[in-house]
Ligand binder design. Structure first.
Ligand code: ATP
Ligand code: MG
Length: 258
């Protein structure tokens, strides 16, 4: 069955987009059929996939407003070897326009249903807010991947997100699970990062991915070339980490299917 993952954390700059783009490319490199949905008006995942957000014919905006289907609005990311439903700043307007519409939280879910069978993985890059866009992401998804930096305030933000997930589960999407917590930009020499990482494992146990994403300059550079890190520097630590994460996901999926 199609795995639909929202990559979410209302905290900004924790590595959501970097994770979405590089996980999508790594899964595609493992022969998975992948759709990346950019749900952020910043359009960073779109740019990172090698698509210029300034000249889109159509985007997720048209899908949420109901004027296009995903099949009509999606593009191919040749740079990442996956399909992309792109976004740009038009999407910021959608939030306002959606407020008065029926089923405003489930519009993405309804649209995704039409294409889900064509994919093994659908990854949704959420914006840094617990807003109506993120709610659409959480309703469309079966599980949430939470990238986080191991720093002092990280755990505090986490409880807000976990509460939101709980509320969505109680009302709109009873099947929603936390797929896992991903430690990003990790520096093992930093004692505080180690402590927070230990606390995470204490609280969340096996929900913390074994794979850790290190701080790696190649990951930060790749978007300026419009490619996932895999096609920027194959040997880099960043590439290896995201390939390992894809492997961990595939392994978990194989085990739960068995
Ligand atoms: P936003 O909340 O604004 O959407 P985000 O959570 O999507 O941000 P990213 O855009 O992925 O976060 O990352 C924030 C910045 O950190 C970017 O400049 C990115 O290139 C850089 N970055 C992300 N992960 C790493 C890493 N592992 N090593 C080095 N730099 C990284
Ligand atoms: Mg982002």
């Amino acid at each position: 069955m199609t795995k639909i993952l929202a990559i979410a954390n209302q905290k900004g700059g924790v590595g959501k987009t970097t994770t979405t783009v590089n996980l999508a490319a790594s899964l595609a490199a493992a022969q998975q059929r992948v759709l990346l949905i950019d749900l952020d008006p910043q359009g960073n995942a779109t740019m990172g996939s090698g698509i210029d957000k300034r000249d889109l014919q159509s985007s997720i905006y048209d899908v949420l407003l109901g004027s296009k289907t995903i099949s009509e609005a999606q593009m191919r990311s040749d740079a990442g070897k996956y399909d992309l439903l792109p976004a740009n700043r038009d999407l910021a307007g959608a939030e306002v326009e959606l407020v008065g519409m029926a089923h405003r939280e489930t519009r993405l879910r309804d649209a995704v249903q039409g294409v889900a069978v064509q994919y093994d993985y659908i990854l949704i890059d959420c914006p840094p807010a617990l807003n109506l866009l993120t709610l659409n992401g959480l309703c469309a998804a079966r599980s949430v991947m939470i990238p986080m930096q191991c720093e002092y305030y990280a755990l505090e933000g986490l409880s807000d997100l976990v509460n939101t997930i709980r509320k969505v589960r109680a009302s709109l999407n009873p099947d929603l699970e936390i797929e896992g917590l991903l430690r990003t930009m990790f520096d093992p020499r930093n004692t505080l990062a180690q402590q927070v990482s230990d606390q995470l494992q204490e609280h969340f146990g096996s929900k913390v991915y074994r794979t850790v994403i290190p701080r790696n300059v190649r990951l930060a550079e790749a978007p300026s070339y419009g490619v996932p890190v895999l096609y920027h520097d194959k040997a880099s630590k960043g590439t290896q980490a995201y390939l390992a994460l894809a492997g961990e996901l595939l392994n978990n999926a194989a085990q739960s299917a068995a």
